[in-house]
Ligand binder design. Sequence first.
Ligand code: DQA
Length: 148
Amino acid sequence: MKSILLLMGPNLNMLGEREPEIYGSATMQDHIEDAERVANDFGYELVHFQSNNEGDLVNQIQNARGRHIGIIINPGALTHYGWSIHDALVAYEGVIIEMHLSNPNQRESWRHTSVVAPVADGSIIGFGIQGYELSIRAFHQIIENDDK
Ligand code: DQA
């Protein structure tokens, strides 16, 4: 079974408790279960990893080479300055979807830059609880269209 790596960065383990007015009341586990259901419907296995450490995320991206056909990544605040994540993604050959629950472009100016967006096939931002499901659907669309 082909697999997708769902990567989440710092503070996303706090979903449900952390700023619910911005990120909603669903927990990380709720998001994972939603994503898993949709991935399985499309015939993909979903592997999830969350870390508050940049290096752990880099290791996961490196290990994904040749293993997972795609990465859906919400790097949390590392989105805005995590160049080692950018570089690791450049060396990854599969499909990359960047995902954010909120729309960082509507928020503080330091959130307006994404170092991940230039190396992603596409970005899904601002759709809250639907974001992970939409990311899997977008991912599937890309796979269907170009046999990557
Ligand atoms: C986030 C947006 C980031 O700016 C923030 O640092 C996060 C979450 C989102 O999903 O909306 O931790 O990636």
